[in-house]
Design a protein around this ligand. Sequence first.
Ligand SMILES: [Fe+2]
Length: 285
Amino acid sequence: MGQIVGAAVVSHHPGLVQPKEIRVQRGNGRDSDLVEGFERVRAKIDAVKPDTFVLFDTHWLTTSLHLVAGAAHYKGSYTSDELPFSMTRFPYDHAGAPALAAEVEKVAQERKVAARNVVEETLPLHYPTINVIHYLGRGEKVLSVGTCQTARFKHFLEMGEVVGEAIRRSDARVVLLASGAMSHKFYDLDHVPPNPRVWHPDNVSEPKNRALDMEVLELWKQGRHDIVLDRFPELEEAKYEGRGAHYAQMMGALGGRSCRARGTQLSEYENAAGTGNVHVWFDLQ
Ligand SMILES: [Fe+2]
C-alpha cells in the first residue's frame, strides 16, 4: 500500500536558478536563503526516503479539467517565455510516475471528479516543476499536477483527495511538494523596492499580504490547517499563487481540515518581485 511520507510548500521563482554571483548581488551581498533552504528540505526528504514526488505546479494552468502529467519520462531543455533572461536552455531529465498517474485518473472517474491523465512526453513543463526538481530531485519519479483555472477551493480539495486515494492504492512512497509562493501580488514595473536586498521581506508588495503570510506561517507551525482552510478567502484576496491550488490540493491529499501536520520553516521568508516565498516542511511521521 502506498503512503505519503512527507509534504512541503516550496518556492520555485526563477531568481533561484540564476548564477550565484547574480543572486548574491541582488541580495546585497548575501545569497537568497531559499537556495540553502532547498538543502534543508532535501535533508528532511532523505530522512523519509520517498521514491516519488507529487508536485502541485502553480504555473501549469489547465481549463475545465484537473490534469496530471503521466508520461514515463521527461527530458528536454526549457526556455521561459516569461523570463528568458533568467531561464534559457535549462535542462531537465526526470522519470515520470505513469502507474500513479493512471491510478489518479481511475479514482477520479470513480468519484466523478473532472481529472485526466496526460500520457504525452512532449507536454511542456513549467518552472515550478523544473526548478524544484533541479534542487530537490535525486532520481525520484515525479508526478506533476496542474492548477485548473476553472476550479474553486472545494474542487482543489476534491482533487487532492483523489490524489491521496490514488497514492494509497499504489505502491509509491510519496513526498508531496506544493510548488508556489504564498501571497503573490507583483509590484509595478517602475516600483523601486525599499530595501536594497531584493529578497528582503520588506519588499513584499503589500504590508497586509506580508502580515497574512506571517499569520499563515504561524498556523502552519501549529498544524492548524483547519483554520488556514477556513480562512481561504483571505488567501485568495492576497492572491496566493495559483489561487492557493498548490496548498489546497496538498491538503486534500492529507485529510483536509483534520490534518494537524506541524510545519517547520526551512528558509527565511523572502520577497521575489513583490511575492512572499518560503520553504515549509510538514512532518507526517
Ligand atoms: Fe511562480
